[in-house]
Design a protein around this ligand. Structure first.
Ligand SMILES: [Zn+2]
Length: 670
């Protein structure tokens, strides 16, 4: 489930991976074992390896040596690029000679976040203004009224996302998932240790919300037994109805009103209904629990219910109160290294992503690039279409579905067609500049207001806000559930894509576009249809053939042993590899349009995408586990090995050299 609200999470400015991956442990010489540990600092051979032995290292060798000289032990062009873009925006915020709505807004939030003195002086007062509203309620009706006014915040009983729903995939509806203080924090681990840890955390939050220690202990006991009972009632519900917690139970707002009052109150208060009176569907997950919460909404439980609201508000507000509270959330070892400027900027970066994007694109990003990349994307989609059309192993039935899927594939490229207008938020912040928390809640209302205004309307697969696509992240991706590819401005870094050479553009960005398109037809993409809804759209016979092709690639990957006794998990990385191979194949198809295409330049530039340094085998391994891309250097070499054009370009790659694969072993699904 996606969250519509942006929570502040500490980031090293970029973590997403579209094209990045990792490395591995092992021997420090390359002989006999191809491409072992190429990306690990200090593990490079003293001389450049021959092209036919390790193409990636051969091409990127000088860059690795340069890094070695400088002592750069960890390097990844994507994270580097993202950091550089973020830095550029940071200096624009500091440059007061420039003024736009977005810059002023970022400055206002920056100032509130960075004002340590003011925040520390206020302590938990900004939160108490809200928890008092709850504490003062003397009946359930009064409490419900407060919640329905929309003045409270946090995920007391539920969290929500605006999305297409199981019963209506053509309109925006609401996803609802349950939240309860213990249950959501315990995450299924009921060991004494974990319970004690969660209890301690909840104790701190209750005290923050204004409860005394005595009240807190009592409230937590009550909350705990409340949750035990809720669990019991929910099990009975599941047994009676046959649904499970993972099923989405479709409901209307009216049905929810009778089913679970606090859920209804929250939906009303937060605006998850259509102000235009359009019908909206809700997918209720954990329906049993909501049933229980509804059944337990009785006067006897008033105090428990109040404390659930308060603990949830405290949990959200904690990071926006005084600095010790903020720091505690992130387990800082000491305040000595605490850099309020850095955190303030990260807060701005995450809170106002679209303003950050807009600023970067307006002041820094070269004009005209969007058109170039859009044209290129259209070319690649056409190339995929042609390839599918010419595929000989698909029956007409499956082929027609595949073509329909590529025809309905949408793309969002570089930056949105329209930007969020922040002027209203800027005015609101000016009125709420006393407490950071209030300003944050204004921001949340603003974004939520955008999302809830979509409810009941036709689902738009390319809405940037819905997609939470931030332009200046160095990434690109395909969304299976939407059949949409996203190529962000951030991935066009280093200006190398604006080079006039078609080889450079295609090697750098073209292969990535092709990669994302091919995801629509990889081992996961084959299970989602042209609108992104789950469906295996293949005939049995074609599906079997597809899986056989994928299995051959997985097998070939599994034979790579970058570490003694440890092989690549072929099955795990096969989806990304199919996409990689598709990216190359489509590029080489398009290259045929250029009679003087310089294949050497193309292949060498392509290798630059996979330059990456890991400080040591351990770090590489940590990255490697859980990444469904193979290590970059393996990715690079494995991909080009599968292309006939590689052998035509480099006749020295012959049988007996490490880069060689026999023609019958050159694999690609598409
Ligand atoms: Zn991918």
């Amino acid at each position: 489930m996606k969250r519509t609200l942006t929570a502040l999470v500490l980031i090293v400015l970029i973590l997403l991976t579209a094209c990045q991956s990792t490395g591995k442990n092992g021997s420090d010489n390359l002989q006999g074992k191809p491409w072992v540990n190429s990306n690990i600092y200090d593990n490079w051979p003293s001389e450049r390896p021959a092209l036919e032995e390790n193409f990636e290292l051969h091409v990127n060798y000088d860059r690795y040596m340069e890094a070695k000289e400088k002592g750069i032990k960890k390097d990844n062009p994507l994270s580097q690029a993202s950091n550089a873009m973020a830095e550029a925006v940071r200096s624009l915020i500091a440059d007061t000679s420039k003024s736009t709505v977005e810059l002023e807004l970022m400055r206002a939030y920056y100032k509130l976040f960075a004002d340590e003195e003011q925040r520390n002086a206020q302590g938990n007062e900004p939160l108490l203004l809200y928890t008092r509203m709850v504490s003062n309620a003397t009946t359930l009706e009064e409490l419900s009224e407060e919640v329905r006014k929309g003045l409270l915040f946090g995920d007391a009983f539920a969290e929500f996302a605006v999305d297409k729903t199981s019963s209506d995939t053509t309109h925006y509806g609401v996803w609802v998932e349950s939240v309860l203080p213990f249950r959501s924090r315990l995450k299924g681990d009921f060991s004494d240790e974990n319970i004690a840890r969660v209890r301690e955390r909840l104790t701190n939050l209750m005290i923050l919300a204004g409860y005394t220690e005595e009240e807190t202990a009592q409230a937590l006991d009550l909350m705990e037994s409340y949750e035990v009972l809720a669990d019991k009632i929910s099990q009975e519900y599941y047994e009676k109805t046959g649904v499970t917690g993972e099923d989405a139970v479709p409901m209307t707002l009216d049905e929810i009103k009778d089913f679970c009052t606090p859920l209804y109150d929250q939906l009303i208060g937060l605006g998850y209904w259509s102000a235009e009176g359009l019908p909206v569907m809700y997918d209720i997950y954990d329906a049993g629990l909501f049933y229980a919460i509804g059944q337990m909404y009785i006067p006897d439980n008033l105090e428990i219910i109040k404390s659930i609201y308060n603990v949830s508000m405290a949990s959200y507000a904690k990071q926006f109160l005084d600095i010790p509270n903020f720091a505690e959330m992130y387990d800082f070892e000491s305040f000595e290294d605490f850099d309020i400027d850095l955190y303030s900027f990260q807060f701005v970066y995450q809170s106002l992503a679209s303003a950050v994007d807009q600023t970067y694109l307006e002041f820094v990003f070269p004009k005209g690039v969007r058109q170039t990349i859009t044209d290129l994307t259209v070319d690649y989609i056409e190339a995929m279409r042609a390839r599918l059309e010419n595929t000989t192993w698909l029956t007409d039935v499956t082929k027609a579905r595949a073509l329909d899927k590529v025809d309905k594939m949408l793309y969002i490229v570089v930056y949105p067609d329209y930007w969020i207008d922040y002027s209203e938020l800027l005015e609101l912040v000016a009125e709420h500049d006393q407490f950071l928390l209030d300003a944050v809640l204004c921001r949340d209302d603003f974004y939520r207001g955008y999302m809830t205004s979509l409810l009941g309307h036709y689902f738009d697969r390319t809405d940037w806000v819905y997609l939470q696509a931030n332009s200046i992240v160095a990434n690109a991706y395909y969304k299976y559930a939407l059949n949409v590819i996203t190529i962000l401005a951030g991935i066009l870094f280093e200006n190398r894509y604006f080079d006039t050479s078609i080889e450079t553009i295609m090697a750098s960005i073209g292969t990535i576009i092709g990669h994302e398109i091919t995801h629509g037809f990889d081992t996961t993409g084959c299970k989602f249809n042209e609108m992104g809804d789950p469906e295996i759209w293949w005939t049995d016979e074609d599906y079997k053939l597809f899986n056989e092709k994928a299995a051959r690639i997985a097998d070939a990957l599994s034979q790579i042993e970058p570490l003694d006794g440890y092989n690549v998990n072929g099955e795990f990385v096969v989806g990304e590899t199919i996409a990689d191979l598709g990216g190359l194949v489509l590029t080489l198809d398009l290259a045929k349009k250029y009679p003087d295409f310089d294949y050497d330049l193309f292949f060498r530039t392509f290798m630059n995408n996979f330059y990456e340094i890991m400080p040591d085998a351990e770090t590489a391994m940590d990255n490697y586990i859980g990444d469904n891309h193979t290590a970059d250097y393996i990715r690079a070499n494995f991909n080009v090995q599968m292309m006939d054009e590689f052998y035509e370009t480099y006749p020295q790659v012959v049988e007996g050299t490490t880069m060689y694969r026999a023609p019958e072993d050159r694999l690609s699904v598409w």
